[in-house]
Design a protein around this ligand. Sequence first.
Ligand code: ZN
Length: 160
Amino acid sequence: MKVAEDHAVYFNYKLTNDQGEVLDSSEGSDPLAYLHGHGNIIPGLEEAMVDKEQGAEFDVEIPPAKAYGEQNDELIQKVPKNLFQDAPNLEPGMQFQAQTPQGPHVFTVKEVDDNEVTIDGNHMLAGETLHFHIEITEVREASDEEKEHGHIHGAGGHQH
Ligand code: ZN
């Protein structure tokens, strides 16, 4: 069966950056599962999946615009350090989740000064060209319930 709208797709992946460093991989765990055509994975990868057969193995390079976007300098801000009084060992690289009008958002601490903290709200992979190696392990038609929910159920998908 081929990947198409409203199909459940199971795949193994290895993600590397331009330098060839492995950023993420499904090795050692179950294949990832998603419902095709619902924006559940990054746009560039969803496009690359179209019409691929079960069992297909391929490489795809995805520019930032079709992955996690370009770095946005407006998302880098200085905030008063006293906002972090619950985190006494604050250091660069730490991540926090904040409530924003657009919903929960993860940001990373870039710099800690005496009175100010520089935080970066960009996705960790913003600005990166992503290189995926993909192996599609299974393609099946989604159930009516999965289509209604907009995600798939069972191993690799939602448990509920
Ligand atoms: Zn569901």
